[in-house]
Design a protein around this ligand. Sequence first.
Ligand code: 9UX
Length: 72
Amino acid sequence: EETETILSVSGMTCASCVNGIERHVASLDGVSSVKVDLMTAQATICHTGQLVTADILRAAIEEMGFDALVLS
Ligand code: 9UX
């Protein structure tokens, strides 16, 4: 079923960071929506619990050079 995961993302300094994370995470199988907010430094991601875990999302963002922490 669909799960919503919220992560704290540090290291984002411009709108291109936001777009890059949104595009990268959205390309993952099982991810249905991604919203990244620069001001709150949070990513809100809807995904299937079967294909994508919160830790996979965290790792995908960290691979891009940001620090990410699963909040909920
Ligand atoms: Mo902007 Mo983000 O020039 O990694 S893309 S800082």
